[in-house]
Design a protein around this ligand. Structure first.
Ligand code: ADP
Length: 618
């Protein structure tokens, strides 16, 4: 975060933008905030203001009927105000219940919307981690916008009401006598100046403490990470390791380190010294000012400027001016501090989508007649100097079976990521039916692919919804796909069939599926999408080579007229394919059928084949 001083205009415009973002996500949040803070600010004055005439009437021995009338009026108005305030506060609290999730949703929406290359990058992950860190540490960033707005509105209401109601106190003359100087405007100005100075001093002290706290944000990152790693996330899975390796010792070691949260940290040392004093001092100043206000108001009443019953009302009013003004100073400075954190939020939210968005439609062809061609495609991952793919030339037609083989790291997955346009090539082009894929509408282009990635994920939702990737779906089709994927027997065992929850996060009767079963569900999901291209990217890496070969050849049957691309570093799984592309070091070094490739005894394919043959010879 830069230490440059931010202009007042920028401070306000960033907060206004923050307010607009909240408004977009919850249109009731701000109205509820505004009204509840206004009413909460005004209500306390009403009781003071209305009860003063009662005290004065009593002191003047007024008639009972007059006192009753005043009491009824006071009770009625304060009860109505208190009721309205409570209702508004409840409304506002209910809206605020979701604010933490909205804050997360703002980040999640942006993440889902950005170019995959950015979503996938370490730089963007670090930016998001830093924003969350700011929120965890001090609520800074977008969350703070709400808190500051709340407090600013409350402080404004209190200051303005206080000023309006105390005006008469300062203007009322004091009858001739030793205390008549209390009635002079000069004295009133003096008192106001004293209060302003005190409000300013306590505001500055509070800000000093606040800034000192915030300046630890960067240092606190390590402390926070240690805590979240060792305290919050030691769930069931880690318990095993913790017990076997007695990892609590390493936990204790790091907990004792001089990190932000330990007693011996530099932060704790400052907290005991100057910082602690700065936090406590505003309370002392507040007490001094209160004393001065009491003295002034009571002496003025005693000198005969107004009846004694009005003293409470004036004390409340002047105290309101002081507390409101102090809070305003504190919040304005909090805004300045928060503006720097907001810059990090906005930098993230403003990450541009630089991927070209084409407008051609992919023509949902009934004949599924698609041809894909990679023409001179090279690719480097963003921020990487090395080519992950180099001059790849290949074309495949609809209905064919293409195998992509090669050792780990040879570029197979990268090839698929480019094919489905998660990344654009650094050089060269990929053509669909002769047209650069960048020219197609991205959402439509995505529609023609079903991919089972190696690290696919399923949701803790009902089985059928996972297969259909939708809450509303065709049950017969989902069952058919599960059956084709080899899941029929397991489905028959499921307590609630397609409605059975996977895993137990959302339903205690949910079922835990094994890795192999999950993979079948993922394949069923790919079939349900019914896209013309279907890609299996080593989803079977956890299985032994023979089981993988079985799944692949089975899949060959169920893929039907679709174009299927199989990726594997195991050659035997793919020998049934029409075409095999052998990747090595990011290049396609050989292309052909199994027999053709094997015939080249010096080729990469033959080399890999011989190395792996031992697995398949029974
Ligand atoms: P394969 O699927 O054949 O195992 P990959 O396509 O995953 O190989 O990887 C090809 C090369 O690209 C490897 O050198 C790998 O380290 C690199 N690579 C893969 N993903 C990324 C990434 N997100 N950022 C940078 N480099 C990557």
């Amino acid at each position: 975060m830069s230490k440059k001083r931010i202009s007042v205009k920028t401070v306000f415009s960033r907060h206004l933008r923050g307010i607009r973002i909240w408004q977009k996500y919850d249109s009731q949040l701000l109205p509820s905030l505004l009204l509840s803070r206004l009413f909460s600010g005004v209500t306390p004055f009403a009781a003071d203001w209305l009860s003063a005439p009662i005290l004065n009437a009593l002191a003047a021995h007024a008639e009972a009927a007059q006192v009753w009338r005043l009491v009824a009026l006071t009770l009625g108005v304060t009860a109505a105000l208190a009721g309205a305030t409570a209702a508004l506060n409840r409304w506002h609290e209910a809206r605020m219940d979701g604010y933490w999730y909205i804050n997360e949703k703002i980040l999640a929406d942006k993440h889902a919307d950005m170019d995959f290359a950015d979503a996938d990058s370490q730089r963007v992950a670090d930016m998001a981690a830093q924003i969350r860190q700011n929120t965890n540490w001090s609520g800074c960033g977008l969350l703070r916008v709400l808190q500051i707005t709340q407090r600013l509105i409350g402080a404004f209401a209190t200051t303005l009401c206080g000023l309006a109601l105390s005006l008469r106190l300062f203007l009322l003359p004091v009858p001739e006598g030793s205390l008549s100087f209390l009635g002079s405007p000069l004295f009133a100005l003096l008192l106001l100046a004293f209060m302003a100075a005190a409000a300013f001093a306590s505001g500055r002290l509070a800000n000093y403490a606040e800034n000192a706290w915030l300046s630890f944000a960067a240092d606190a990152r390590f402390g926070n990470r240690v805590y979240s790693a060792y305290s919050w996330s030691s769930g069931e899975r880690r318990d095993l390791d913790i017990r076997i390796y007695r990892q609590e010792r390493i936990t204790q070691h790091y907990m004792r380190q001089d990190n932000t949260f330990s007693e011996s940290s530099p932060f704790a040392a400052r907290m005991r010294g100057k910082l602690g004093l700065a936090l406590a001092a505003p309370q002392g100043i507040g007490a001094l000012v209160s004393g001065a206000i009491y003295l002034f108001v009571c002496l003025k009443a005693w000198a005969g400027a107004f009846p004694i019953g009005s003293a409470t009302q004036y004390i409340g009013a002047v105290t309101g001016v002081f507390t409101g003004a102090s809070a305003l100073i504190v919040e304005l400075a909090a805004m300045r501090a928060n503006a720097a954190f907001l810059a990090e939020n906005f930098e993230y939210l403003d990450l541009p989508n630089s991927m070209y968005q084409g407008s051609l439609t992919t023509e949902k062809r009934a004949d599924r007649n698609y041809t894909v061609e990679f023409r001179g495609v090279s690719f480097k991952y963003p921020g990487s100097e090395a080519y992950a793919l180099r001059d790849v030339n290949i074309s495949f037609r609809v209905g064919s079976r293409l195998a992509v083989v090669g050792m780990n790291g040879s570029g197979k997955t990268t090839f698929i990521k480019l094919l489905c346009r998660l990344y654009d090539p650094t050089e060269g082009e990929i053509l669909l039916n002769g047209i650069d894929i960048r020219k197609y509408r991205y959402d439509e282009y995505m529609d023609i692919f079903s991919i089972v990635f190696q690290d696919f994920s399923l949701f803790a939702l009902p089985l059928g919804e996972n297969v259909a990737a939708s809450a509303q779906y065709d049950r017969a089709r989902a069952e058919d796909c599960l059956q084709k994927a080899g899941f029929a027997e397991r489905l028959a065992d499921m307590p609630a069939g397609l409605d059975t929850y996977l895993y137990k996060e959302l339903d205690k009767d949910g079922v835990e599926v094994s890795g192999g079963e999950a993979q079948k569900i993922a394949i069923a999901r790919a079939l349900y999408k019914d896209a013309p291209f279907i890609v299996l990217d080593e989803p079977t890496a956890a299985l032994d080579p023979i089981a993988e070969a079985e799944i692949y050849s089975r899949f060959n049957e169920i893929a039907g007229d679709k174009t299927a691309i199989y990726i594997s570093h195991r050659l035997s799984s793919c020998k049934f394919c029409d075409g095999i592309a052998v990747f090595d070091g990011g290049k396609i070094v050989q292309q052909g059928s199994h027999e053709e490739l094997l015939a080249d005894a010096d080729g990469k394919y033959a080399e890999l084949w011989m190395a792996q043959a031992q697995y398949y010879v029974k």
